[in-house]
Design a protein around this ligand. Structure first.
Ligand code: MG
Ligand code: ZN
Length: 189
């Protein structure tokens, strides 16, 4: 069984530009590359888990996400990183595109995308972590049975709590999250 870092995309892995699908506007977040390198070197798969309600809302087409994925793969490759998976939820209960206007079990805070990724990549969820910038990411990770990190960069503003919405660690960046994960790995050995 493998272990994985599940990464929220918008606002966590990349600076958030709402509903952007233009590849040229996509960059990796500050203070993320070294941490991602450490995590990948220690055996974690790097898998994106992203809500993309812009599809349901009619703001872009599902196929435009292919270029987004290719852009992130390219940014990773330039840094010597490999992107192991890219999962997105195109749904929203209040969309305008009938095909995607549903209450699904993949839109975070539901854990469906993480569970699917775990199945397809033979990932042991108990050894894996979900990193995100809002508590919906934390809830999805906790519901899936992962450990969770809130990358608290100011994007969470509502702080609605339930028992699933408490992260195992609160970080200032992905590098900070990685340092915490690496030290808890060392403790586990
Ligand atoms: Mg986010
Ligand atoms: Zn969905």
């Amino acid at each position: 069984m493998k272990k994985a870092i599940f990464l929220d995309k918008d606002g966590t892995l990349i600076p958030d530009i709402p509903y952007n699908v233009k590849p040229e506007l996509i960059t990796l977040s500050c203070d993320s590359v070294e941490g991602l390198k450490q995590l990948q070197a220690s055996g974690f798969r790097l898998i994106i888990i992203s809500n993309q309600a812009g599809v349901a809302r009619g703001l872009f087409k599902e196929k435009e996400l292919e270029a987004v994925k290719m852009r992130i793969k390219e940014l990773f490759r330039k840094e010597g990183l490999e992107l192991d998976g890219f999962y997105y939820c195109p749904h929203h209960p209040q969309g305008v595109e009938p095909k995607f206007t549903i209450s699904c079990d993949c839109r975070k805070p539901q854990p469906g995308m993480i569970l699917q990724a775990a199945l397809e990549h033979s990932v042991d969820l108990k050894k894996s972590w979900m990193l995100g910038d809002i508590l919906n990411d934390v809830e999805a990770g906790n519901r899936a049975g992962c450990k969770t990190v809130l990358v608290d960069n100011g994007n969470e503003t509502e702080w609605i709590r339930n028992p699933y919405r408490f992260p195992h660690y609160t970080a200032s960046s992905i590098n900070d999250a990685a340092a915490h994960i690496m030290s808890s790995e060392a403790e586990r050995l």
